[in-house]
Design a protein around this ligand. Structure first.
Ligand code: ADP
Length: 265
């Protein structure tokens, strides 16, 4: 809280004014702090791969200029780091687009089983490369909810990609759709999609922070897997715009289940 508002106990109306000013200032300061933290995080995230690329350029121009083997290896590393920067910038753009539209309710009707079939089939090669069996259940028919087709595709892509990445090699990932569930906090009935893996799970203390930008349970592992730390922040913002929910249940040593709940109306 910010305590720099001078309170003058005069009339009841004055008190009301003071309260409003007080809350506004707090919010402004918090927003300012969040913006500063965000800019610092982005700079740090981009600087790390950029420093690596600059270092390898120096080496290629100097000591490694005649060494064909080293040159190939360094170019491969530079390409990986540049792709990483590209992914971070792409995710930042997605995030800012979703934030800009957050007050505009999506009005198209989106067929969720069709979205799931398409996402799962495009991620099959990724799963196969990890030896992961990607199984889709309950998504044969047609079930429409109001939404933005591309954004909901992104939600399921991010969550299924995570389940493949963090679920471990040679395991199963299940994507299961349940229609007409009753969600106590929603006015209408809803569609629920559970994405479950058999990975290491997530300790309870991390769960409330997973959707913060750049929050990672294990930074080294996330980077190694090509993660940007923005996937779940994007999911959260898209679901907010759709008045949807994200529920996370995880058991350390057994796996995690991320559930997306979307209202029919
Ligand atoms: P990242 O790009 O690092 O994957 P996300 O925002 O998608 O970023 O996820 C944030 C963090 O949440 C990840 O770094 C990882 O530690 C954790 N996480 C996400 N999904 C899973 C999962 N299915 N199992 C275990 N940990 C997960």
């Amino acid at each position: 809280l910010v305590y720099d508002v001078v309170v003058r106990p005069v009339t009841v109306a004055d008190f009301a004014c003071v309260t409003v000013a007080f809350e506004d200032k707090t919010e402004l300061n918090e927003a300012g702090q969040m913006r500063r933290d965000f800019v610092a995080n982005v700079s740090h995230e981009l600087r790390t791969p950029l420093t690596a690329v600059l270092g390898f350029i120096e080496t290629l121009l100097g000591p490694a200029s005649e060494d064909d083997v080293a040159r190939k290896r360094f170019l491969e590393i530079m390409s990986r780091e540049a792709q990483r920067m590209n992914r971070i910038v792409g995710d930042l753009l997605s995030l800012s687009r979703v934030e800009a539209e957050r007050r505009v309710r999506p009005t198209d009707q989106v067929d969720i089983p069709a979205v799931l079939r398409s996402v799962v089939s495009s991620l099959h090669p990724v799963a196969e490369a990890q030896g992961v069996d990607l199984i889709l259940e309950g998504a044969d028919g047609t079930e429409e909810v109001p939404g933005d087709h591309d954004q909901l595709t992104q939600v399921f892509t991010n969550l299924i990609e995570n389940a493949i990445k963090y679920g471990g090699r040679d395991k199963e990932v299940h994507v299961c759709l349940t229609s007409h569930t009753v969600e106590p906090t929603m006015r209408s009935s809803a569609i629920r999609v559970d994405i479950s893996d058999q990975g290491e799970g997530i300790a309870t203390q991390h769960i409330p922070r997973l959707t913060e930008r750049f929050y990672r349970v294990d930074s080294h592992r996330s980077r190694e897997m090509g993660g940007t730390g923005l996937g779940l922040a994007i999911v959260k913002h898209i679901l907010n715009r759709h008045r949807g929910r994200l529920r996370v249940e995880s058991h350390v040593g057994q796996g995690s289940c991320f559930s997306v709940i979307l209202p029919y109306e």
